[in-house]
Structure formats: structure tokens, C-alpha cells
Write a protein that binds this ligand. Sequence first.
Ligand SMILES: NC(=O)c1ccc[n+]([C@@H]2O[C@H](COP(=O)([O-])OP(=O)(O)OC[C@H]3O[C@@H](n4cnc5c(N)ncnc54)[C@H](OP(=O)(O)O)[C@@H]3O)[C@@H](O)[C@H]2O)c1
Length: 324
Amino acid sequence: MLAARFDEYGSADVLQVREVPTPTADPGRVLIDVSHAGVNFAEVMFRRGQFPVGVPHVPGLEAAGTVRALGEGVTGLRVGQPVAALTLDGGGNAEVVSARAELVVPLDGDLAGLDPVLAAAALCNVTTAYGILDGAARLRAGETVAIYAAAGGVGTAAAQLARSMGASLVLGAVGSPDKVDFAMRYGYDAVTTYADLPEVVGDNTDGGVDLLLDSVGGAAREAVTPMLAPFGRHVIFGDAAAADATYQSNDVWFSNTSRVGYNLGGLAGSRPAVLRAHLEEGLRAVAEGVVKLDVTELPLAEVRVAHQHLESRASTGKFVLRIR
Ligand SMILES: NC(=O)c1ccc[n+]([C@@H]2O[C@H](COP(=O)([O-])OP(=O)(O)OC[C@H]3O[C@@H](n4cnc5c(N)ncnc54)[C@H](OP(=O)(O)O)[C@@H]3O)[C@@H](O)[C@H]2O)c1
């Protein structure tokens, strides 16, 4: 089968689209003929060895398509059924992927009519946005939210979901003023640069936001605590800057704030049923039009282009690869 693969860590140039062995339907797993696969910032991190995934590696944390075969013990799915799957071990940027049955969602029934392109775009990003707001940070109606990487895949989904869950104010921060107009289409009250966000928070809240969604790290992470209201939650779910911050545990005591995290891979290991619930809620939000996604479709052969755009901070919205 045809797949994107890297045999060493490095720049987007290490990605090759080539013939590789087709996976088999192992027990508890579902083999999927992939039509579309989203591209995530996490795949950039894996490719550059920030979180070593082992090589050779076929990237791809999500895929939509149809069931090709069922492994032993899998029930409730049938060959030929349209599905969407989180493929958190990778492998989605390929004509065929093997997915854990617990993380395969039928695209008929309740989700009939959900376009596989949108499903592929939603799997990681909208699941994460929902899981952060509902599971990790426990957003309540009336609370205020600020979101880093506001124009990105998770950011645009989180703004719309926060709004639908009753947030009274949703602010965004972006790396370049060029992204402001784009982000403003996705439910924000105001979008500004990271440098200006503290002032915008000060002008629009009673002493800080209740939630700040931080996938960026570095200097942007260091700036979070003073922007939080008493009992505000700093949600940490990424490190795009590849620069974590160090804290004293007493900081939360003195600042009346908390730090919470969200990680798809961790939940898949420890609480797959919880992750599945977040996944289904995220897909439903897209199917019902609560969350709108801006998708740029590319052929598999152009997987490097998607990585380059994500890595250089030039991207907005979501890239989806057309596999077949
Ligand atoms: N914990 C989880 O399970 C989980 C799941 C999904 C995603 N994530 C994380 O959530 C974030 C968003 O994911 P996504 O796939 O939707 O990506 P994305 O937001 O579409 O793209 C990443 C964005 O990060 C921002 N960024 C800030 N500093 C950066 C830097 N030094 N280099 C590159 N980008 C930088 C850029 O936006 P600006 O230029 O506007 O700052 C860039 O567009 C990522 O950090 C990802 O790792 C975590």
C-alpha cells in the first residue's frame, strides 16, 4: 500500500510517500481503507523527534474511510461500514490503517451524513477541544476563556465549543496579526497577539479569565498565571514552542489558580471509554454544525506541504490529506 513514512527524524524532507507493508487485522483492532486523514501539529513533533515514536514511522493520528476487515473479538462494526478513527499509534497517512476498535466510530446511524473530510479534520482537534473544556477544565456557563494558537485546528474548535457551552467571553491570541481576521470567524469576542493579550484580558474581565488554553509553552506559558482570575485554570495540552516552563507547587497556593492537563494518548491508555465519549461529542458537534471547520485538502503526495505550513506557523484551520 501507499503511505507517508519517515525513516529518520528531521525536517519535513524526511517524509517519503512510498510503498510499505499493509497492516493486518490483529485481535481487538479494525482495518480501515482510508479515504481522508487529518494532519496534526503532534505529527510535526513526532517527525522531528521531539517525542521519539521509533522509526520507521507512518504518521497519522486520525483517519476516515470504510471498514476493510475486523480483528478477532471486534463486534458492533461491519466490513464496508463508513467509520472515523483515532489512530494514536500513528499510521493514518496510508491507504490502510489499523485502529483500536474502542476508538473507531461509525459514520452511519447518529452521524450519518458527516462528510468524511470533516470527520478526518475533527477527530483529534475537536475531541481535544471538547475534552479540555468539559473533562479537564470543567467549563461552566458564564465563565471567561482565553485560547492560544487561536487560528489553529484546536483553537478554532475550542472557541466555538466554549461559546456553545455558555462561555461569556472568548479571547484568542495568535502569532501574527495576519491571522486575526481568520480567527474572528470562529466565535471569538476578540483576537490579538500574545504580547497584547494581557492588556485585552485586563480590559475585558474582572481581573482575569477563568480558563486559559495553552498549547504553546515557552514565554507564552510563563505569562499565563497573571492573566487568570482567582480559581482560574491554566490548561496545558501542548508545547509547540518546544520550551516547557518550570513551576514551584506553592505557586498555585499563592495565586489561587490551578494547572490541569489533557492528553489524548494518556486517556487512550488509562480511560479509553472517557476518550471515546469525548470523541463522540466532538464528532456530533461537527455533524450538528455547532463547530465549523476550515479545511484545506491536499493529496497524500503533498504531506510535506502540510507539515511545513504547520511548523512555520503559516497555517490556519486544518489540513486533511486525500488518500484515495
Ligand atoms: N494534548 C493532546 O492530546 C493534544 C491533542 C491535539 C493537539 N494538541 C496540541 O494542540 C496544539 C494545536 O494542535 P493543532 O494540530 O490544532 O495545531 P495548530 O494549532 O493548527 O498549529 C500549531 C500552532 O501553534 C502555534 N505556535 C506557537 N508557537 C509555535 C512555534 N514555536 N512553532 C510552531 N507553532 C507555534 C502556531 O499558531 P500561532 O502562530 O498563531 O501562535 C501554530 O499555528 C498543538 O500544540 C498540539 O500539539 C495536543
